[in-house]
Design a protein around this ligand. Structure first.
Ligand SMILES: Cc1ncc(COP(=O)(O)O)c(C=O)c1O
Length: 357
């Protein structure tokens, strides 16, 4: 009953085997190795363009370093109320950007919409410079922290506004693989073809052990990345560690197979949960995260039975939705390693609980 997070897993065997292959022989250090080069070539093929890519160990480093190349210290980054960069990266984005401000919008909805972004410009964006902070970038998360997937059309409509206001467009792609698998469109359509300047592509949650790529479609923005990465201690000497993981992850669409597996389990689990009258899904299930309203009693029973998942905060509910006294919100996450038995056991505990009520 492992639904805690998609980083509670190890690596897929294909990724691990590639790491083992990369363990032999001598190659240059600091990202000048054969494996790093191969990974960049593989990314160029997957995204069908001449991108620039750099590898780092964590999503926080990836997002924060990327954003530091996209804004000035006196500028603002617009993001979602539940953005990882806003809630879960301490003050790393502020620190790495030299103090840029994060402004969260889109309360109670799963994604930032063009209307909400326009509203921000009409009602809240400052214009009295240098007294106000100018907007420097827009950041969205694909799939979103509430499990919602941005379509290419939605991304395009956001990028049109970003272009109109001359701001850079960042995408946190910690679950990008799950979004591609859900939409069945190309990685290119979901990024640069829709106006994304920089993608932080996470492999860690979907089959790698520890590998994140900062991908610059807008190559001009990458000019100082190598200095920022080194200065913050994120240039690892044995580049083969990240390179080999990405080579193994991308080979023969392995990354999409892993994400498809995770998404399929999320859909099945959501269907099973929806069939229980007393349980409600808080958000449509699109990728591999499931937000569910359950009773506090059931929560206790599931935990006692060994269920791994997190209680989630009420603010993550859709606008206008409230919890009754005896209810709570939980988050379940499926992964490439989820097995049928995890779901079956979970649903059995639930069915048993209601059969004796
Ligand atoms: C949306 C999102 N971005 C980025 C990350 C990666 O963060 P880190 O590797 O720093 O824990 C996560 C991990 O939870 C995430 O959910």
């Amino acid at each position: 009953m492992q639904f805690g997070s998609d980083n509670h897993t190890g690596a897929s065997s294909q990724v691990l085997e590639m790491m083992v292959s990369a363990n032999t022989g001598y190659t240059a250090g600091y990202g000048n190795d054969d494996w790093t080069m191969q990974a960049v070539v593989a990314l160029r093929k997957v995204f069908e363009c001449d991108l620039e890519a750099f590898f780092v160990p964590t999503g926080t480093a990836s997002n924060s370093l990327a954003l530091s190349c996209m804004v000035q210290p006196w500028e603002t980054i617009i993001c979602h109320e539940h953005a990882h960069i806003y809630l879960d990266e301490s003050t790393a984005p502020e620190f790495f950007t030299g103090g840029a401000r994060l402004k969260a919008i889109a309360k109670g909805v799963g994604k930032i919409s063009a209307d909400l972004l326009n509203d921000y410009y009409i009602n809240s964006a400052g214009v009295d410079f240098p007294h106000n902070s100018r907007v420097g970038a827009l950041s969205i998360t694909q799939a979103s922290e509430l499990g919602q997937v941005y379509t290419p059309e939605e991304i395009k409509s956001l990028s049109e506004i970003a272009k109109e206001h001359n701001i850079n467009f960042h995408m946190d792609g910690a679950r990008f693989a799950n979004a591609v698998a859900h939409l069945n469109c190309t990685p290119a359509e979901l990024t640069w073809k829709s106006g994304v300047d920089v993608l932080c592509l996470g492999a860690t949650k979907c089959g790698a052990l520890c590998a994140e790529a900062v991908i610059f479609f807008n190559k001009e923005l990458s000019e100082n990345f190598i200095h920022r990465r080194k200065r913050t201690g994120h240039l690892i000497s044995k580049g083969r560690i990240f390179g080999s993981q990405f080579v193994g992850w991308l080979k023969n669409d392995h990354w999409l197979d892993l994400a498809t597996h995770a998404n399929a389990h999320a859909q099945k689990l959501a269907a099973d949960l929806s069939s229980v009258e007393e349980i409600q899904l808080a958000w449509p299930v699109e990728a591999n995260e499931i937000f569910v309203i359950i009773s506090k009693k059931l929560f206790k029973v599931l935990k006692e039975a060994g269920g791994e998942f997190y209680e989630w905060y009420d603010e993550a509910l859709p606008l206008g939705r409230t919890l009754k006294e005896d209810q709570m919100l939980i988050r379940l996450v499926t992964s490439f390693a989820t097995e049928d038995q995890h779901r079956i056991d979970f649903i059995n505990v639930i069915n048993q609980f209601y059969s004796v009520q």
